[in-house]
Design a protein around this ligand. Structure first.
Ligand SMILES: Cc1ncc(COP(=O)(O)O)c(C=O)c1O
Length: 400
């Protein structure tokens, strides 16, 4: 009998971490490698937010807190939901966790039983299916259409729903495609959900503030108030405020669900870091003007990368509405051979060859459940992006 649990056998390690590790190893060997794998802003946490963290330490706010968040942060989150999303929650409907990841994890742990199905559109953020499996649930993958920028249609959602469906997991703008659903596209999906009252909605709004060309972000409970009582609206400060290391995520939802999530959290991590919670209060209540400046920077980088990739014969890259990722297709390169003799039959082989022969680290599409593609994170400087796109173009031109 093996010592390790059967649950462990159901999950795989994060492929994005694996790519980052391989790139680091090559760098350590002295190779010239550009890493475009990391999913975090390259900006520093703004000074006023850092100062709030330091002030919390100096003021002795360094003890255990209420399990799912201090009152001040819950208030700030309620104000944020009302101000930005037109959603009215009271503090008892708010859960704060150690990153957006723990919010989703707690929600699955608190609700899934063996055999419960969770509908996940692909390509998806790498952790979704594995978190569902850790909770004994069954991921039901619905592949987005390339010609629709990898979105799913209402018909596809309808076809995936069964009596065992517990959650529909929605993520817009998306990691890894950056695709955002317009209000009308989202309404068409929520119309389907209104016909299936047993299905709950988990909306992962992590990239809300990273939307370009005036794209109007919206979230399911806002577009269809009829879903309010069965929607968990998840968000966090990691991506919007460049606070990935502080580990603060949050959600608003029905009180019994929030209480159930609190119970899970109280028996695992107890509470999110007290200092980070005070910094998050400042992030949500403090000045927001820098968000527009960051957005402009990201939009310029997106345009740079999309134009460069679409100029490469064999690559096709939709223009994403948000996040800081692009998800080009390599369909036009499959079956070709690299100068070092590698045959490219999959996106994993493409990413490996690109790293080893051209020194550019990207994440292969199979990791996100939809091939043949790769993901680039453009949360890095214009100079690095120009160099990386140049290398990708030169590498693709050598394929025969
Ligand atoms: C779509 C999505 N949701 C949630 C998260 C988790 O964010 P956090 O770092 O706050 O746990 C990420 C992080 O990459 C993400 O891409």
């Amino acid at each position: 009998m093996t010592f390790l649990s059967q649950t462990l056998a159901r999950v795989k390690p994060s492929p994005t971490v694996a790519v980052t590790q391989l790139a680091a190893e090559l760098k350590a060997q002295g190779r010239d490698v550009i890493g475009l794998g990391a999913g975090e802003p390259d900006f520093d946490t703004p000074a006023h937010i850092r100062a709030a963290g330091i002030a919390a330490i100096e003021a002795g706010k360094t003890r255990y807190t209420a399990p799912d968040g201090i009152a001040e942060l819950k208030q700030a989150i309620c104000a944020k939901f009302a101000r930005e999303n037109g959603l009215n929650y009271v503090p008892a409907q708010i859960s704060v966790s150690t990153g957006g990841k723990q919010v989703l994890y707690n929600a699955f742990m608190a609700t899934l039983n063996a055999g419960d199905e969770v509908i996940i559109p692909a390509p998806y953020w790498v952790s979704y299916p594995d978190m569902v499996k850790l909770g004994q649930g069954t991921p039901v993958i619905v592949e987005g259409k390339p010609e629709l920028g990898y979105r799913i249609t209402p018909e596809m959602l309808e076809a995936a729903i069964t009596p065992r469906t517990k959650w529909f997991l929605f993520n817009s703008p998306s990691n890894p495609t950056g695709a955002g659903y317009s209000r009308a596209e989202l309404k068409a999906l929520t119309d389907v959900l209104m016909r299936h009252p047993h299905v709950w909605v988990m909306s992962d709004d992590m990239y809300e503030h990273l939307a370009y060309d005036g794209f109007e972000f919206c979230t399911p409970a806002q577009v269809e108030p009829g879903l309010y009582d069965r929607t968990l609206t998840c968000n966090g400060v990691s991506k919007a405020y460049a606070m990935t290391g502080w580990r603060i995520g949050y959600a608003g939802g029905p009180e019994p669900l929030i209480a159930a999530m609190r119970k899970i959290q109280s028996q695992s991590t107890t509470n999110p870091c007290s200092i980070s919670q005070w910094a998050a209060v400042e992030a949500l209540n403090g000045p927001q003007a820098f968000l527009a400046e960051w957005r402009a920077v990201f939009q310029r980088r997106r345009d740079l990368v999309v134009a460069a990739l679409n100029a490469v014969p064999g690559l096709t890259c939709p223009v994403p509405e948000g996040a800081f990722y692009v998800y080009p297709s390599i369909a036009g390169l499959l079956g070709k051979t690299t100068p070092e003799g590698r045959r490219i039959d999959s996106d994993e082989e493409f990413a490996t060859a690109l790293l080893e022969e051209a020194g550019v680290a990207v994440v292969f599409g199979a990791a996100f459940g939809l091939s043949p593609n790769f993901r680039i994170s453009y949360a890095t400087s214009d100079t690095v992006l120009e160099e990386a796109c140049g290398r990708i173009a030169a590498f693709c031109a050598t394929l025969r």
